[in-house]
Design a protein around this ligand. Structure first.
Ligand code: GLY
Length: 429
């Protein structure tokens, strides 16, 4: 099978890495890819939102499956264009992708179909939103309605910070915000594929670390690391997420005339002291860095599964997976997330252990061919092992020794806590 991967991050490197070892796959292209992907596939310099050029490339090279990583091309209608041209593609169309690209659409769907989600309200007017802060009381949760590259959510008790978030997010398209009830609990990432209006494959449940620094302090990021299994995720919680959120969301989208086909990744919060899950966010694509954690657990058969989902088969063959633990530590550039530095030389020495893989995200080659930093999240150190403790020990053992760049920062507590509560920044005075 000939495959085209759309995207250039750690998630796309992980997908390429496993597909390059898949027995059904003989050629992989990535657009635009990154230097890590370039070691195992052919990178083509087409931006991930340049849909017409991607479709021409897929036609010319007789691509048998295109796998879309990021949300922006889904929101821009890549799947609609490819399907019109009869090009097989894994992902939802533009209408179904609204479950991620429009928070108000997702929230409205939850309300109309009784899916558990925190109470919410939308605002387009700054003064009305500021007045609502009084009615709601702290802590406040303020979200951009549209795509914000993982940076559109503010959770705070600080009135000035809440007002600044309202002002900032109302400037972003579509100039609308969602304010949400704060739920005290712990979060987890659920990933499932959907084909023929049915939930098919539930990948292991991960916990993502969004804040930049240890102890859940600092600004929100795209994700600084993940681990699985999460001890607090019981079988009963998984079943509740499936019965109360996943299955009804998929049915609701079909009923609304926007059937979902692809991967749904849910950000769920479980109220502290209960087993009650509430959906905080739907994502119409694989998580990043969750995928870097999921992929090393997939032994074989991902191409057959993705291909069958792309064909809307009612029983896609499930990929074979291992039950090992998995840990991903993100190495970020100095200044990330506000102002990441770029162009720093990266030292990446060969790793002795086969249970450790380093996936590239924000990397590039400079004019001398040297590997340099080129974004906020630079590398993902991914390890597997018999337990989270052993996997995290292996991950941290190579950081700074085999993998290093000036200004590199990372969290030292990925996978270290048993149950993480949603934390709030102390009030700034
Ligand atoms: N893990 C965060 C995201 O993929 O949006």
């Amino acid at each position: 099978m000939k495959i085209l991967i759309v995207g250039s991050g750690g998630r796309e490197h992980a997908l390429t890495w496993t597909l390059s070892k898949d027995r059904n796959v003989n050629e992989i292209y990535a657009a635009p890819g990154n230097p890590g992907i370039a070691e195992i596939a052919t990178c083509v310099p087409i931006n991930s939102t340049n849909i017409d050029e991607l479709a021409s490339f897929a036609t010319k090279h007789a691509i048998e499956l295109t796998v879309v990583g990021p949300e922006a091309p889904l929101g821009a209608g890549i799947v609609d264009t490819f399907r019109k041209k009869k090009l097989p593609i894994f992902g939802p169309d533009k209408l179904a992708a609204r479950i991620e690209t429009s928070k108000s659409f997702a929230k409205d769907l939850c309300t109309r179909y009784a899916l558990p989600t925190p109470h919410w309200e939308t605002f387009i007017d700054k003064n009305k939103a500021n007045r609502a802060l009084d009615d709601l009381g702290p802590p406040w949760v303020i979200k951009a309605d549209g795509l914000a590259a993982g940076k559109g959510t503010t959770v705070t008790r600080d009135r000035r910070e809440a007002e600044a978030a309202i002002q900032r997010e109302l400037v972003r398209e579509p100039k609308r915000i969602v304010m949400e009830e704060f739920i005290d609990g712990w979060e987890a990432s659920f990933t499932a594929t959907v084909s023929a209006d049915r939930v098919q494959w539930l990948a292991p449940v991960f916990q993502d670390y969004k804040p930049a620094f240890d102890g859940d302090s600092g600004p929100n990021t795209g994700g600084m690391g993940v681990y699985a299994p999460v001890p607090s995720v019981t079988q009963s919680i998984v079943e509740r997420v499936r019965k109360k959120i996943l299955d009804p969301a998929v049915a609701a989208l079909a009923k609304e005339g926007a059937p979902f086909q692809g991967v749904l990744y849910l950000n769920v919060i479980v109220k502290h002291g209960t087993e009650d899950p509430y959906v905080l966010e739907f994502n119409a694509r694989f998580g990043d860095p969750e995928t870097q954690g999921i992929i090393p657990l997939v032994k074989d058969g991902l191409s057959a599964h993705l291909s069958a989902v792309a064909a809307n088969s009612d029983r896609p063959p499930l990929p074979e997976s291992s039950k090992s633990a998995s840990v991903v530590v993100v190495l970020a550039s100095k200044g990330y997330p506000e102002n990441p530095s770029t162009g720093e030389l990266i030292a990446l020495r060969p790793l002795a252990n086969s249970n450790i893989v380093v996936f590239h995200a924000g990397t590039a080659r400079n004019p001398n061919g040297q590997l340099v930093t080129a974004g906020g999240r630079v590398l993902n150190v991914t390890t597997t092992g018999p337990s989270v403790e052993s996997a995290r020990k292996d991950a941290y053992s190579v950081i700074g020794k085999s993998v290093y760049f000036p200004g590199m920062h990372y969290r030292t507590d990925i996978g270290s806590s048993q149950m993480r509560r949603r934390q709030l920044e102390p009030i700034k005075t």
